[in-house]
Design a protein around this ligand. Structure first.
Ligand SMILES: *Cc1c(COP(=O)(O)O)cnc(C)c1O
Length: 427
């Protein structure tokens, strides 16, 4: 697609039908694909020709939607996955395995923290967690000779810290490793991390991209800019022959633009099978068609609600990058000039008990383990998503016991504020 504005890419990216073809993307609900000769099919298995043979690896509907997200992020290649968790796992495991090390921001999604600190640790990949606010020296000190990647979230869920992407990109590149950014909360409408130096971008498409709480999904986009061959000894999986494909070398056959995503597809998706269903990809695409319109309203509602809460006597603190009082306001103005997201976190006077009581009285915002869809919802992370963490880990993740995470949907801001006002008066 031409270099259109992002709004046009949200609506029409990834798919240009030919004469007489469907205007909406077809759902190719087929596990398998037909070939005339075994030789034709053999070429696919040798990675000598591109095409579809089994939807565990690739499906045309999923690829169409991945191509749209690739355009939105400004990448060179992309893939859909079954969930954001799968995207986070594949993005790291594609370049780091047993005996390797990764530097990660400490303020990341609770599920990602558990994946890194517990599950991947069991697989032999070690993580060092650094504060997103660390100095350049502290960041540099976290690297080891076996470090293979740096990971962070543009806007952390639920801490709402804003990452200094350039600081993290510079440190990663100075140590010869790529920066992976989870851009779920910002979405490419509000921030495109590749423009700030990120090499790989991941998403839980379950959130704003789908936007209607309809389909769980994930996505990985590669910028195609990181030169694996310069550090070939660090990335043998990309730069030396893969015996399972008759000795193909991904960087040679697919170039920097395609090596990383091809490897993740033909190795990890083949072996682990976290594929997204074509039905889910279709729903995701419906969401993407209005992403730019919805994000404006989510941010507008988030800003109004945050300002209301900040002025309310029952509220002890409010964290929202769009507030001038936020320690992340300057970073938000730099990286998120159009707005951050619809998620606001705050604490109520009276701590944990008051927080739980207040939430019961909300009529519009439902209590849910979710954020970032059309309907407002709220959550008390310390008693739900983050309950596996001890107090020190909670503090490092930026989650206090009284923290309420409120995801402002697309309802009227006036109604949301009246609902909050009523619930706060019940404490
Ligand atoms: C929800 C979320 C994930 C995990 O995504 P799932 O689709 O639930 O697997 C990862 N990162 C962030 C920032 C999230 O908000």
């Amino acid at each position: 697609m031409k270099n259109y504005h992002i709004e046009t890419k949200c609506v029409q990216g990834g798919y240009t039908p030919g004469n007489g073809e469907p205007r909406q993307i077809p759902i190719i609900q087929s596990t398998t694909f037909k070939y005339s000769t075994s030789e034709d099919m053999g070429k696919l298995f040798n990675l000598e020709a591109s095409g579809y043979f089994y939807s565990r690896l690739q499906n045309p509907t999923c690829d169409t939607v991945a191509a749209k997200i690739c355009e939105l992020e400004g990448g060179s290649a992309a893939m859909l996955l079954a969930s954001g968790q799968a995207a986070s796992f594949y993005s790291v495991f594609n370049i780091a395995s047993c005996g390797d090390h990764v530097v990660s921001s400490s303020t990341i999604y609770g599920g990602t923290y558990n994946l890194f600190a517990v599950t991947m640790k069991r697989m032999g990949v070690e993580f060092t967690f650094v504060s997103p606010d660390c100095t350049e020296e502290e960041l540099a000190a976290a690297f080891r000779p076996n470090t293979k990647a740096v990971f962070g979230e543009t806007i952390a869920n639920p801490a709402l810290t804003v990452l200094d992407i350039e600081k993290f990109a510079n440190a990663a590149h100075a140590h010869g490793v790529p920066l992976i950014i989870d851009n779920t909360f910002a979405t490419p409408y509000n921030c495109r991390p590749i423009e700030w130096g990120a090499d790989i971008v991941t998403h839980s498409t379950t959130k704003y991209m789908d936007g209607h709480a309809s389909a769980v999904g994930g996505c990985i986009v590669d910028a195609g800019k990181f030169d694996w061959t310069k550090y070939a000894e660090k990335y043998p999986g990309l730069c030396t022959p893969d015996d399972s494909y008759h000795g193909v070398v991904y960087t040679e056959r697919f170039g920097l633009a395609g090596a990383y995503i091809t490897k993740a597809t033909v190795q990890l998706m083949r072996d682990l099978g976290s594929s997204q269903s074509p039905q889910s990809a279709f729903l995701l695409n419906l969401g993407l068609e209005s992403l730019h319109v919805r994000m404006q309203r989510h941010c507008e509602n988030g800003q109004k609600v945050a300002e209301f809460l900040e002025a309310h006597p029952q509220v002890s603190w409010v964290n929202y990058p769009g507030l001038a009082s936020s320690p992340y306001h300057a970073l938000a103005q730099k990286y998120l000039p159009q707005g951050s997201c619809g998620v606001v976190s705050f604490g109520v006077k009276g701590g944990r008990a008051a927080a739980e009581k207040m939430m019961q009285h909300l009529e519009i915002a439902a209590i849910e383990t979710h954020v970032a869809d059309a309907r407002s919802c709220c959550l008390h992370p310390a008693s739900s998503t983050h309950r596996q963490m001890n107090d020190a880990e909670l503090a490092a993740a930026g989650v206090s016991g009284d923290l309420i995470r409120l995801s402002c949907g697309l309802e009227s801001a006036e109604d949301l504020i009246a609902d909050l006002d009523n619930a706060l008066s019940q404490i």
